[in-house]
Design a protein around this ligand. Structure first.
Ligand code: NDP
Ligand code: HSE
Length: 355
Protein backbone atom coordinates (compact mmCIF):
# COMPACT_ATOMS: atom_id res chain seq x y z
CA UNK A 1 0.00 0.00 0.00
CA UNK A 2 1.29 3.44 -0.89
CA UNK A 3 0.55 6.64 1.05
CA UNK A 4 1.58 9.92 -0.55
CA UNK A 5 1.97 12.56 2.14
CA UNK A 6 1.70 16.34 2.15
CA UNK A 7 3.63 17.74 5.12
CA UNK A 8 2.26 21.08 6.28
CA UNK A 9 4.85 22.81 8.47
CA UNK A 10 8.45 21.64 8.29
CA UNK A 11 9.57 22.27 11.86
CA UNK A 12 10.72 19.82 14.52
CA UNK A 13 7.96 17.23 14.18
CA UNK A 14 7.83 16.92 10.41
CA UNK A 15 11.63 16.98 10.16
CA UNK A 16 11.56 14.21 12.78
CA UNK A 17 9.11 12.33 10.57
CA UNK A 18 11.47 12.49 7.59
CA UNK A 19 14.33 11.11 9.76
CA UNK A 20 12.06 8.38 11.07
CA UNK A 21 10.84 7.37 7.60
CA UNK A 22 14.45 7.14 6.48
CA UNK A 23 15.35 4.99 9.50
CA UNK A 24 12.34 2.71 8.87
CA UNK A 25 12.89 2.26 5.13
CA UNK A 26 12.39 -1.44 4.26
CA UNK A 27 10.98 -2.17 7.74
CA UNK A 28 7.31 -1.33 7.22
CA UNK A 29 6.24 -4.39 5.22
CA UNK A 30 4.29 -3.44 2.12
CA UNK A 31 3.62 0.08 3.41
CA UNK A 32 5.32 2.50 1.03
CA UNK A 33 5.25 6.05 2.43
CA UNK A 34 6.32 8.87 0.12
CA UNK A 35 6.37 12.61 0.70
CA UNK A 36 4.99 14.23 -2.42
CA UNK A 37 4.27 17.72 -1.08
CA UNK A 38 5.52 20.11 1.55
CA UNK A 39 4.46 23.59 2.65
CA UNK A 40 6.34 25.69 5.19
CA UNK A 41 6.60 29.41 5.79
CA UNK A 42 10.40 29.41 5.44
CA UNK A 43 10.59 26.98 2.53
CA UNK A 44 7.50 27.79 0.47
CA UNK A 45 5.52 25.17 -1.43
CA UNK A 46 7.34 22.11 -2.76
CA UNK A 47 5.96 19.17 -4.74
CA UNK A 48 7.04 16.10 -6.63
CA UNK A 49 4.29 13.58 -7.53
CA UNK A 50 6.88 10.76 -7.59
CA UNK A 51 8.12 11.56 -4.09
CA UNK A 52 10.71 13.94 -2.65
CA UNK A 53 14.08 12.48 -1.80
CA UNK A 54 14.36 12.03 2.00
CA UNK A 55 18.07 12.86 2.09
CA UNK A 56 17.41 16.04 0.11
CA UNK A 57 14.69 16.99 2.62
CA UNK A 58 17.02 16.40 5.56
CA UNK A 59 19.79 18.38 3.86
CA UNK A 60 17.29 21.20 3.31
CA UNK A 61 16.45 21.27 7.02
CA UNK A 62 20.11 21.02 8.06
CA UNK A 63 21.14 23.87 5.75
CA UNK A 64 18.58 26.29 7.20
CA UNK A 65 16.17 25.81 4.27
CA UNK A 66 18.51 26.26 1.30
CA UNK A 67 16.80 24.45 -1.56
CA UNK A 68 19.85 23.30 -3.60
CA UNK A 69 19.48 19.63 -2.62
CA UNK A 70 15.77 19.58 -3.54
CA UNK A 71 16.46 21.28 -6.88
CA UNK A 72 18.77 18.45 -7.98
CA UNK A 73 15.63 16.48 -9.00
CA UNK A 74 14.18 18.20 -12.10
CA UNK A 75 10.71 16.82 -11.27
CA UNK A 76 10.60 18.82 -8.03
CA UNK A 77 8.68 22.09 -8.15
CA UNK A 78 9.46 24.80 -5.62
CA UNK A 79 7.61 28.05 -5.15
CA UNK A 80 8.83 30.41 -2.47
CA UNK A 81 5.40 32.05 -2.46
CA UNK A 82 3.23 30.61 0.29
CA UNK A 83 -0.16 31.74 1.53
CA UNK A 84 -3.33 29.98 2.63
CA UNK A 85 -4.61 29.56 -0.94
CA UNK A 86 -1.35 27.96 -2.11
CA UNK A 87 -1.36 25.59 0.87
CA UNK A 88 -4.99 24.61 0.34
CA UNK A 89 -4.25 23.88 -3.31
CA UNK A 90 -1.41 21.63 -2.21
CA UNK A 91 -3.40 19.67 0.40
CA UNK A 92 -6.11 18.93 -2.16
CA UNK A 93 -3.71 17.91 -4.99
CA UNK A 94 -4.39 14.59 -6.71
CA UNK A 95 -0.90 13.30 -5.79
CA UNK A 96 -1.69 13.57 -2.04
CA UNK A 97 -3.44 10.84 0.01
CA UNK A 98 -2.65 11.94 3.57
CA UNK A 99 -2.06 15.44 4.95
CA UNK A 100 0.25 15.63 7.98
CA UNK A 101 -0.59 18.91 9.70
CA UNK A 102 2.21 20.08 12.03
CA UNK A 103 2.10 23.86 12.05
CA UNK A 104 1.98 25.77 15.35
CA UNK A 105 -0.91 25.27 17.78
CA UNK A 106 -3.22 28.28 18.01
CA UNK A 107 -5.39 27.65 21.10
CA UNK A 108 -7.90 30.41 20.26
CA UNK A 109 -8.84 29.81 16.62
CA UNK A 110 -6.99 26.62 15.68
CA UNK A 111 -5.94 28.44 12.50
CA UNK A 112 -4.43 28.05 9.99
CA UNK A 113 -4.38 24.35 10.86
CA UNK A 114 -8.16 24.12 11.06
CA UNK A 115 -8.52 25.38 7.48
CA UNK A 116 -5.82 22.96 6.30
CA UNK A 117 -7.64 20.03 7.96
CA UNK A 118 -11.08 21.03 6.69
CA UNK A 119 -9.90 21.49 3.10
CA UNK A 120 -8.11 18.15 3.11
CA UNK A 121 -11.00 16.21 4.63
CA UNK A 122 -13.61 17.76 2.37
CA UNK A 123 -11.55 16.52 -0.59
CA UNK A 124 -11.42 12.99 0.86
CA UNK A 125 -7.79 13.24 1.99
CA UNK A 126 -6.90 11.63 5.30
CA UNK A 127 -5.50 13.95 7.97
CA UNK A 128 -2.94 13.13 10.63
CA UNK A 129 -2.14 15.96 12.99
CA UNK A 130 -0.09 16.59 16.11
CA UNK A 131 -1.63 20.06 16.34
CA UNK A 132 -3.81 20.42 19.42
CA UNK A 133 -5.68 23.52 18.24
CA UNK A 134 -8.02 22.04 15.63
CA UNK A 135 -8.71 18.94 17.73
CA UNK A 136 -9.47 20.75 20.98
CA UNK A 137 -11.69 23.26 19.17
CA UNK A 138 -13.40 21.14 16.53
CA UNK A 139 -12.84 17.43 17.22
CA UNK A 140 -16.49 16.49 16.63
CA UNK A 141 -17.02 18.48 13.44
CA UNK A 142 -13.72 17.33 11.93
CA UNK A 143 -14.55 13.70 12.68
CA UNK A 144 -17.99 14.16 11.07
CA UNK A 145 -16.43 15.86 8.03
CA UNK A 146 -13.97 12.98 7.66
CA UNK A 147 -16.75 10.39 7.85
CA UNK A 148 -18.89 12.27 5.32
CA UNK A 149 -16.01 12.21 2.82
CA UNK A 150 -14.75 8.66 3.35
CA UNK A 151 -11.60 9.92 5.04
CA UNK A 152 -10.05 9.57 8.49
CA UNK A 153 -8.59 12.06 10.95
CA UNK A 154 -6.03 10.82 13.48
CA UNK A 155 -4.19 12.73 16.21
CA UNK A 156 -2.38 10.36 18.55
CA UNK A 157 0.51 12.85 18.83
CA UNK A 158 -1.72 15.61 20.19
CA UNK A 159 -1.61 14.07 23.69
CA UNK A 160 1.67 12.82 25.21
CA UNK A 161 3.62 12.90 21.95
CA UNK A 162 4.58 9.39 20.73
CA UNK A 163 3.42 7.66 23.92
CA UNK A 164 0.24 5.79 23.02
CA UNK A 165 -2.68 7.19 25.01
CA UNK A 166 -5.63 8.00 22.76
CA UNK A 167 -5.24 4.66 20.95
CA UNK A 168 -5.27 2.80 24.27
CA UNK A 169 -8.60 4.39 25.14
CA UNK A 170 -10.02 3.17 21.82
CA UNK A 171 -8.51 -0.33 21.89
CA UNK A 172 -7.03 -2.07 24.93
CA UNK A 173 -9.07 -0.17 27.56
CA UNK A 174 -12.33 -0.46 25.64
CA UNK A 175 -13.95 -2.94 28.05
CA UNK A 176 -13.40 -0.63 31.03
CA UNK A 177 -15.44 2.35 32.08
CA UNK A 178 -13.06 5.24 32.63
CA UNK A 179 -14.39 7.67 35.20
CA UNK A 180 -11.49 10.06 35.43
CA UNK A 181 -7.86 10.74 34.71
CA UNK A 182 -4.98 12.76 36.13
CA UNK A 183 -1.74 13.29 34.31
CA UNK A 184 1.47 15.14 33.69
CA UNK A 185 0.68 16.16 30.13
CA UNK A 186 3.33 18.73 29.25
CA UNK A 187 6.97 17.84 28.66
CA UNK A 188 8.38 21.36 28.76
CA UNK A 189 6.98 22.32 32.16
CA UNK A 190 7.95 18.99 33.71
CA UNK A 191 11.45 19.40 32.29
CA UNK A 192 11.65 22.93 33.74
CA UNK A 193 10.41 21.71 37.16
CA UNK A 194 13.15 19.09 37.21
CA UNK A 195 15.79 21.65 36.27
CA UNK A 196 14.55 24.00 39.02
CA UNK A 197 14.73 21.17 41.56
CA UNK A 198 18.36 20.68 40.45
CA UNK A 199 19.03 24.37 41.17
CA UNK A 200 19.06 25.65 37.57
CA UNK A 201 17.72 29.00 36.41
CA UNK A 202 14.10 29.17 35.09
CA UNK A 203 14.85 31.04 31.84
CA UNK A 204 17.86 28.84 31.05
CA UNK A 205 15.71 25.73 31.55
CA UNK A 206 13.06 27.10 29.17
CA UNK A 207 15.72 27.87 26.54
CA UNK A 208 17.02 24.32 26.86
CA UNK A 209 13.52 22.90 26.35
CA UNK A 210 13.18 25.07 23.24
CA UNK A 211 16.50 23.86 21.83
CA UNK A 212 15.48 20.25 22.43
CA UNK A 213 12.29 20.79 20.41
CA UNK A 214 9.90 20.33 23.35
CA UNK A 215 8.41 23.81 23.72
CA UNK A 216 5.55 25.39 21.79
CA UNK A 217 6.31 28.22 19.36
CA UNK A 218 5.03 30.39 22.23
CA UNK A 219 6.35 28.66 25.39
CA UNK A 220 3.96 30.59 27.63
CA UNK A 221 1.42 27.93 26.58
CA UNK A 222 3.63 25.28 28.21
CA UNK A 223 4.43 27.25 31.35
CA UNK A 224 1.02 28.84 31.85
CA UNK A 225 -0.86 25.53 31.53
CA UNK A 226 -2.69 26.37 28.28
CA UNK A 227 -1.14 23.42 26.46
CA UNK A 228 -2.35 21.02 29.15
CA UNK A 229 -5.78 22.65 29.08
CA UNK A 230 -6.09 21.71 25.38
CA UNK A 231 -4.97 18.14 26.10
CA UNK A 232 -7.53 17.79 28.93
CA UNK A 233 -10.25 18.96 26.52
CA UNK A 234 -9.12 16.45 23.88
CA UNK A 235 -8.99 13.57 26.38
CA UNK A 236 -12.35 14.35 28.00
CA UNK A 237 -14.06 14.68 24.64
CA UNK A 238 -12.46 11.47 23.37
CA UNK A 239 -13.45 9.56 26.52
CA UNK A 240 -16.93 10.89 27.15
CA UNK A 241 -17.94 13.07 24.16
CA UNK A 242 -18.17 15.67 26.91
CA UNK A 243 -18.43 18.73 24.66
CA UNK A 244 -15.79 20.34 26.89
CA UNK A 245 -14.18 23.62 25.82
CA UNK A 246 -11.14 25.46 27.21
CA UNK A 247 -13.46 27.73 29.17
CA UNK A 248 -14.66 24.69 31.16
CA UNK A 249 -11.15 23.92 32.42
CA UNK A 250 -9.81 26.32 35.07
CA UNK A 251 -6.10 26.61 34.47
CA UNK A 252 -2.99 27.57 36.42
CA UNK A 253 0.52 26.82 35.22
CA UNK A 254 3.90 26.64 36.91
CA UNK A 255 4.84 30.31 36.61
CA UNK A 256 3.61 31.03 40.16
CA UNK A 257 6.05 28.50 41.64
CA UNK A 258 9.43 29.69 42.87
CA UNK A 259 12.70 27.77 43.10
CA UNK A 260 12.36 27.86 46.88
CA UNK A 261 8.85 26.28 46.70
CA UNK A 262 10.30 23.48 44.64
CA UNK A 263 13.37 22.93 46.74
CA UNK A 264 11.36 23.03 50.00
CA UNK A 265 9.05 20.33 48.63
CA UNK A 266 12.05 18.29 47.57
CA UNK A 267 13.58 18.54 51.05
CA UNK A 268 10.31 17.17 52.45
CA UNK A 269 10.34 14.25 50.00
CA UNK A 270 7.55 15.77 47.93
CA UNK A 271 7.43 17.02 44.29
CA UNK A 272 5.56 19.78 42.48
CA UNK A 273 3.96 18.57 39.24
CA UNK A 274 1.64 20.30 36.77
CA UNK A 275 -1.43 18.07 36.72
CA UNK A 276 -4.27 18.05 34.20
CA UNK A 277 -7.27 16.09 35.39
CA UNK A 278 -10.94 15.41 34.73
CA UNK A 279 -13.66 13.43 36.46
CA UNK A 280 -17.02 12.29 35.16
CA UNK A 281 -19.68 12.88 37.81
CA UNK A 282 -22.57 10.42 38.38
CA UNK A 283 -24.91 12.81 36.49
CA UNK A 284 -22.63 12.63 33.42
CA UNK A 285 -21.20 16.11 33.83
CA UNK A 286 -17.43 16.51 33.74
CA UNK A 287 -15.27 18.62 36.03
CA UNK A 288 -11.71 19.34 34.96
CA UNK A 289 -8.71 21.43 35.95
CA UNK A 290 -5.06 22.21 35.29
CA UNK A 291 -2.99 23.16 38.34
CA UNK A 292 0.35 22.58 40.04
CA UNK A 293 0.07 19.96 42.80
CA UNK A 294 2.54 19.08 45.50
CA UNK A 295 2.60 15.28 45.40
CA UNK A 296 3.81 12.97 48.15
CA UNK A 297 6.56 10.41 47.42
CA UNK A 298 4.87 7.22 46.25
CA UNK A 299 2.20 9.00 44.22
CA UNK A 300 2.27 7.46 40.70
CA UNK A 301 3.02 10.88 39.16
CA UNK A 302 5.59 12.07 41.73
CA UNK A 303 8.57 10.23 40.27
CA UNK A 304 7.87 11.27 36.66
CA UNK A 305 10.74 13.62 35.81
CA UNK A 306 12.05 15.60 32.87
CA UNK A 307 10.25 15.47 29.54
CA UNK A 308 8.51 12.23 30.53
CA UNK A 309 4.73 12.43 30.87
CA UNK A 310 2.31 10.05 32.56
CA UNK A 311 -1.43 9.65 32.91
CA UNK A 312 -3.44 7.54 35.35
CA UNK A 313 -6.89 6.48 34.20
CA UNK A 314 -9.41 5.64 36.92
CA UNK A 315 -11.19 2.54 35.59
CA UNK A 316 -14.05 0.44 36.96
CA UNK A 317 -12.41 -2.94 36.42
CA UNK A 318 -8.66 -2.37 36.79
CA UNK A 319 -8.59 0.57 39.19
CA UNK A 320 -5.76 2.95 38.31
CA UNK A 321 -3.97 2.31 35.01
CA UNK A 322 -0.92 4.48 34.44
CA UNK A 323 0.74 5.00 31.06
CA UNK A 324 4.09 6.76 30.93
CA UNK A 325 6.56 7.77 28.24
CA UNK A 326 7.99 10.73 26.31
CA UNK A 327 5.73 13.78 26.40
CA UNK A 328 7.49 15.84 23.72
CA UNK A 329 10.34 15.66 21.26
CA UNK A 330 10.79 15.81 17.50
CA UNK A 331 11.24 12.14 16.60
CA UNK A 332 9.13 10.98 19.55
CA UNK A 333 6.17 13.00 18.25
CA UNK A 334 6.88 11.92 14.68
CA UNK A 335 6.48 8.35 15.96
CA UNK A 336 2.85 9.15 16.76
CA UNK A 337 2.38 10.18 13.12
CA UNK A 338 3.97 6.93 11.97
CA UNK A 339 1.74 4.91 14.30
CA UNK A 340 -1.31 6.74 12.89
CA UNK A 341 -0.14 5.93 9.34
CA UNK A 342 0.26 2.25 10.23
CA UNK A 343 -3.22 2.15 11.76
CA UNK A 344 -4.65 3.96 8.74
CA UNK A 345 -3.04 1.37 6.43
CA UNK A 346 -4.56 -1.48 8.47
CA UNK A 347 -8.00 0.13 8.37
CA UNK A 348 -7.75 0.82 4.63
CA UNK A 349 -6.75 -2.81 3.95
CA UNK A 350 -9.69 -3.98 6.12
CA UNK A 351 -12.10 -1.84 4.08
CA UNK A 352 -10.65 -3.21 0.81
CA UNK A 353 -11.20 -6.81 2.01
CA UNK A 354 -14.82 -6.03 2.92
CA UNK A 355 -15.56 -4.29 -0.43
N1 NDP B 1 7.46 19.39 19.41
C1 NDP B 1 6.77 18.53 20.14
O1 NDP B 1 7.32 17.82 20.99
C2 NDP B 1 5.32 18.38 19.92
C3 NDP B 1 4.61 19.24 19.11
N2 NDP B 1 3.26 19.08 18.96
C4 NDP B 1 2.54 19.98 18.06
O2 NDP B 1 2.94 19.69 16.73
C5 NDP B 1 2.95 20.89 15.95
C6 NDP B 1 4.32 21.09 15.33
O3 NDP B 1 5.27 21.16 16.36
P1 NDP B 1 6.80 21.48 16.03
O4 NDP B 1 7.19 20.82 14.79
O5 NDP B 1 7.54 21.25 17.27
O6 NDP B 1 6.68 23.06 15.78
P2 NDP B 1 7.71 23.99 15.01
O7 NDP B 1 7.43 25.37 15.47
O8 NDP B 1 9.08 23.44 15.12
O9 NDP B 1 7.27 23.82 13.49
C7 NDP B 1 6.12 24.39 12.93
C8 NDP B 1 6.48 24.77 11.53
O10 NDP B 1 5.31 25.19 10.85
C9 NDP B 1 5.63 26.37 10.11
N3 NDP B 1 4.42 27.13 9.87
C10 NDP B 1 3.81 28.03 10.66
N4 NDP B 1 2.70 28.49 10.06
C11 NDP B 1 2.63 27.87 8.86
C12 NDP B 1 1.72 27.96 7.78
N5 NDP B 1 0.67 28.77 7.81
N6 NDP B 1 1.95 27.19 6.69
C13 NDP B 1 3.03 26.39 6.63
N7 NDP B 1 3.93 26.29 7.63
C14 NDP B 1 3.72 27.01 8.74
C15 NDP B 1 6.62 27.11 11.01
O11 NDP B 1 7.32 28.09 10.29
P3 NDP B 1 7.94 29.33 11.14
O12 NDP B 1 8.93 28.72 12.08
O13 NDP B 1 8.54 30.19 10.10
O14 NDP B 1 6.80 29.98 11.86
C16 NDP B 1 7.49 25.94 11.45
O15 NDP B 1 8.48 25.62 10.50
C17 NDP B 1 2.53 22.02 16.91
O16 NDP B 1 1.17 22.26 16.73
C18 NDP B 1 2.81 21.45 18.29
O17 NDP B 1 1.95 21.97 19.26
C19 NDP B 1 2.57 18.05 19.54
C20 NDP B 1 3.22 17.15 20.33
C21 NDP B 1 4.64 17.28 20.63
N1 HSE C 1 5.08 21.74 24.03
C1 HSE C 1 4.47 20.47 24.31
C2 HSE C 1 4.67 19.54 23.15
C3 HSE C 1 3.85 18.28 23.27
O1 HSE C 1 2.49 18.56 23.09
C4 HSE C 1 5.07 19.90 25.57
O2 HSE C 1 6.11 20.39 26.02
O3 HSE C 1 4.50 18.96 26.10
Amino acid sequence: MTFRLALIGFGGVNQGLVSLLKAKQGKLGDLDIRITALADLRLGVVSNPQGLDLDALLATADSGFATDALRSDPATRISKHIDLAATLELVTADYVDVVVEATFTDPHTGEPALSHCRAALSHGKHVITTNKGPIALAQQSLTALAAANGAAIKYEGAVMSGTPVLRQIGTTLRGCEINGFAGILNGTSNFVLERLAQGHDFDAAVREAQQLGYAEADPSADLGGGDVQLKVVILANTLWQAGLTRADVPCRGITGLTSSDIQAAQAAGRSWRLVGSATRQPDGSVSASVEPRELPAGHPLAAIGGVTNAITFDTDVLGGVTISGPGAGRVETAFAVLSDLIELAEQTRGQEVQA
